[in-house]
Ligand binder design. Structure first.
Ligand SMILES: [Zn+2]
Length: 237
């Protein structure tokens, strides 16, 4: 990061478990050499000339797509369709560094791959999470829905604890408020919630779900499960 922070084109001559030697490009005198002391985790600074005799650069080879993708992954997560010019402008604004459009495209691809891989890893843990919820709350309703046509692709999850439905039926007004919000994820999942009003006029969570998108089908699915859990029946007859 010295090269990025000082805006110098630093090159690693040697970089292994025991030794690191780096120098600045061209005729600059800046150089650093550290060596691991025998059989320890301590490194000794053998050579360090801290003074640069070169000029600042406005692009750096160190600022490669891997480094940029790690720095900007949190910006891509809620906004996977970020256009490249926005990324290039953000890097210029924050670091005063210029990266090429092709490097920006590589960065975007790498970042989205990391985001999608992370999401898949986390959703893969949902089955264990549901199993644990059912073990601790055996009467509760917890539904995990995986898309049939794709391997292990998360579609929906619904959670409604028996203790909450009992509390709602016995202690809340017969009123439920529904709401939804979009999650800051690469796939844009939505959270659906059903909230009651308790005896103190406080909000009382009843059930919630994550769905692939908010539409008639996902709301109908959520409402059908909720109706079963709180035993709503048609009393109009
Ligand atoms: Zn230099």
């Amino acid at each position: 990061m010295h090269g990025v922070n000082k805006r110098r084109d630093v090159e690693f001559i040697k970089d292994d478990n025991d030794r690191l030697r780096a120098k600045c490009l061209d005729l600059c005198k800046w150089v650093i050499y550290v060596k691991r002391l025998f059989d320890t985790d301590t490194f000794e600074l053998r050579t360090y000339n801290r003074r640069h005799t070169c000029s600042k650069v406005w692009s750096s080879r160190i600022y490669n797509s891997n480094l940029v993708s790690n720095l900007y992954i949190d910006d891509f997560r809620p906004n996977p369709n970020m256009i490249i010019s926005h990324l290039l402008f953000s890097i210029w604004k924050a670091k005063k560094l210029i990266i090429s459009k092709s490097q920006g495209l590589r960065t975007k691809k790498k970042t989205l791959d990391k985001v999608i891989r992370k999401v898949k890893e986390q959703f893969a843990m949902l089955e264990n999470y549901i199993a644990e919820l059912l073990r601790a709350n055996p009467v509760s309703t917890n539904v995990l829905k995986i898309e049939e046509n794709e391997i292990d692709k998360f579609q929906r999850i619904y959670i409604c604890f028996d203790a909450l439905t009992q509390g709602f039926v016995k202690g809340c007004r017969k009123l439920i408020r529904f709401d939804s919000c979009r999650l800051k994820s690469a796939n844009g999942e939505q959270r659906l919630t059903a909230v009651g009003i308790d005896a103190n006029n406080g909000l009382y969570p009843v059930a919630w779900a994550l769905v692939e998108t908010e539409n008639k089908d996902s709301w109908s699915w959520f409402l059908r499960l909720l109706i079963d859990d709180i035993h709503i029946c048609d009393s109009s007859d």
